[in-house]
Ligand binder design. Structure first.
Ligand code: IFM
Length: 688
């Protein structure tokens, strides 16, 4: 067992970030990296993925369940908590078996705990708490389910019933939308536990010096019936989870010989990505994973562009589920297109369980006045309907698994193509244009001929042409493809991000930052400081080149990289990995390495924007974490995969001597060692 991340010392200001950094999750449930004495104010969260609810007229968001791991210790009548007594030593860590650890030494007591969201049974969260007395003490431990839930747009339970019996606390709740949820936690301890009200158990004991009190909590969250966890199974459940996670990690391991620090951050990013994969359910990964309710727990293009390629490489069953989620939500996408007067499928920019658009018209507020700011992400970020077919095709190309087409993916591609054809406008030049859109750079809204959108939509048309069995559709697509407008490189080789971009005001990121009235001010939209300028939020033309390298020569990629790099704020966590990929490809390995280190450490150091205007956007960053892996595979290795076979074109930064890469090919896990000259060895390390 190896440590993935450790932090020593306790600091009040780090509570929220530690909650993100030390998250445990299993694709279904996430438990933030908080301490047992914390409550709602410290954003304790047992986050349940895939179940959403609306409270009043607020945003619909995912549910947070009552916290089953509240443990409050008193020794000789004095509370033993990090807030109340300075710890002599405090350390939290995550290990590569998916377990969170805490060790806090107070003057008279040592506290140790371990916690995980089970990877063997994803309805379970597990916690073991140990208290070691350093002298004779009168101890009380009050433990149980904390009904105080930290919510962004709650409350979500219109009814909440708690009951207690035989060291077991049960919760049955009904959400405002009428969903019934059950939680049952069994508290196990060698000592007698006394019930206190309906949500607490109490242990009282005189302990001798050196005596250890152990409390194990197994909590089961169920959406259908009031299942109970089985008592005396804690240790077995913990071991099963450890083994299951170690197995997942074994297929996803990457080693960077010569660069231990970068390797550590990379392994942590792999952890943060893997804990979001769900092999069992047709469910998607939200923009902030299972770290909380930010962004309404909604699914963005982040899934298709960052997470899907990651899972295609290391756990294709999860990748398949991510695609099937888009199949399942196709009707929502078709309803959205129809509502806006278009044909086909316009996927939700922010998608939840049914695929309807959850992106608010006012996604941002003014941080000074609290006034809502009109944004058009949901209406105009149409590239989402191209990102999905792109990811499906990549999945098929890499795995060779075409069966997904007959499970609905073909229809997704066809309907996305129909959408683009109905959305396109025939210009005076006789070509079809996509006007009034938003590209990945969200600061410039309502632009015409965004290059990213135009090329990606054209790829969708090509995919549909190739995949459809509908002859009429094929002919229609062929006609559109013959007249599809694509922005081309200018005399300097640079592609204009959108029509009129080159005429925008020159500025610098520093200049814009110093012109802000409020540090959290939103830079884009109607009145944003970036709007009249060339400054962009994130990789846009560079994202296009990262995704479609075969369409642009290395010289063109180089010219665009040079041009757009100084204009890019990297105000989105999605940006750095794109620059790392293209940077490496064009031989700028020093810069690529810097972008890679930035994206790899985003959830370790918490160096990301916490607010968009007045709206909280903190949490973990799945796209950046999966993007870290893509920076290595697509960037440093120039990896291509066809039906499980890999080829490489390495551009490895000088810090790294060679790269050891694990990946799934068919039923086996392979390991390749690659250096600057190419693949040195490939061997099968496990068979499914
Ligand atoms: O999908 C991204 C978008 O590109 C930038 N804002 C945040 C979203 C969720 O990560």
């Amino acid at each position: 067992m190896k440590t993935l991340l450790t932090k020593k010392g306790w600091n009040q200001n780090d509570i929220i970030q530690d909650g993100n950094s030390f998250l445990v999750a299993n694709g279904h449930l996430g438990y933030r990296g908080t301490l047992e004495e914390y409550g709602a104010d410290q954003l304790v969260g047992l986050n349940l993925g895939g179940v959403y609810d609306r409270s009043g007229n607020q945003w619909r968001e995912p549910i947070v369940m009552p916290n089953p791991f509240l443990l409050l210790v008193e020794a000789d009548g004095k509370p033993i908590q990090v807030f109340k007594e300075k710890a002599r030593h405090h350390e939290i860590s995550l290990t590569d078996d998916g377990v969170f650890h805490r060790r806090t030494e107070f003057k008279d007591i040592m506290i140790e705990s371990e916690r995980t969201a089970s990877h063997a049974d994803d309805r379970l969260v597990l916690e073991r708490f140990r208290l070691i007395a350093k002298k004779r003490l009168a101890i009380t431990v009050l433990m149980g389910m904390d009904p105080e839930i930290a919510e962004l747009a709650g409350p979500h339970f219109k009814s909440a019933e708690y009951s207690i019996q035989d060291n077991r606390i049960r919760f049955a709740g009904e959400t405002n939308e009428g969903k019934k949820l059950f939680e049952s936690a069994v508290y196990e301890c060698a000592e007698n536990l006394e019930s206190v009200g309906k949500t607490r158990l109490k242990l009282s004991k005189i302990v001798e010096k050196g005596e250890i009190l152990t409390i194990s909590v197994t909590s089961l969250i169920s959406e259908t019936e009031p299942f109970d966890p089985v008592a005396n199974r804690f240790e077995e459940s913990l071991q099963a989870s450890r083994l299951a996670f170690e197995k997942k990690l074994a297929a996803a391991d990457i080693g960077l010989r010569g660069d231990a620090a970068a390797e550590a951050d990379l392994r942590y990013s792999i952890y943060q990505s893997l804990i979001l994969g769900d092999r069992e359910r047709t469910r998607c990964i939200s923009g902030r994973g299972l770290s909380g309710q930010t962004y309404k727990g909604a699914v963005f293009w982040d899934t298709e562009i960052f997470l899907l390629p990651f899972f295609t490489l290391v756990d294709p069953r999860v990748a398949r589920n991510l695609i099937l989620y888009r199949v399942k939500t196709l009707s929502g996408a078709m309803a959205k297109a129809e509502g806006l007067g278009y044909k086909g499928a316009f996927y939700a920019w922010e998608s939840q369980d049914d695929g309807s658009e959850q992106c608010s018209k006012y996604n941002v507020t003014d941080p000074e006045t609290g006034e809502p700011v009109r944004t058009y992400f949901g209406e105009k970020q149409i590239h989402i309907s191209a990102d999905i077919p792109y990811a499906i095709e990549k999945y098929i190309e890499q795995t060779g698994d075409k069966s997904i087409l007959d499970e609905g993916a073909r229809e997704v591609i066809e309907e996305c193509a129909r959408f683009f054809m109905s959305r396109a406008e025939l210009g005076e030049d006789g070509l079809y244009h996509l006007n009034d859109v938003i590209g990945p750079d969200e600061y410039h809204e309502g632009v015409d001929d965004n290059a990213f959108t135009a090329y990606m939509a054209e790829e969708t048309l090509r995919f549909a042409l190739n995949r459809t069995n509908d002859e009429d559709l094929r002919q229609e697509i062929a006609r559109y493809l013959d007249h599809w407008y694509l922005p081309k490189p200018n005399a300097d080789g640079v592609i204009e991000q959108f029509k009129g971009y080159f005429a925008k005001k020159d500025s610098t990121i520093e200049e814009l930052r110093s012109s802000l009235h409020h540090p959290n001010e939103y830079w884009g939209g109607e009145n944003g400081v970036a709007t009249p300028t060339k400054i962009i939020k994130q990789a846009d033309v560079i994202a296009l080149m990262a995704l479609l390298p075969h369409r642009f020569s290395i010289e063109t990629q180089m010219a665009n990289y040079e041009y757009y790099a100084p204009q890019t704020e990297h105000g989105s966590s999605l940006s750095d990995s794109m620059y790392a990929i293209v940077g490496a490809r064009i031989g700028k390995t020093k810069e690529a390495y810097e972008h890679f280190r930035k994206t790899a450490s985003i959830d370790i150091r918490g160096a990301s924007k916490q607010f968009a205007g007045g709206v909280y956007i903190g949490g973990t960053h799945p796209a950046a974490n999966a993007g870290t892996v893509l920076a290595v595979t697509q960037g440093f290795l120039g990896l291509q995969m066809h039906g499980g076979e890999i080829t490489v074109d390495p551009k490895i930064p000088k810090q790294i001597k060679s790269i050891r890469l694990r990946y799934v090919a068919g039923n086996s896990i392979k390991e390749a060692t690659i250096d600057r000259d190419g693949i040195k060895t490939i061997k099968e390390v496990a068979h499914d």
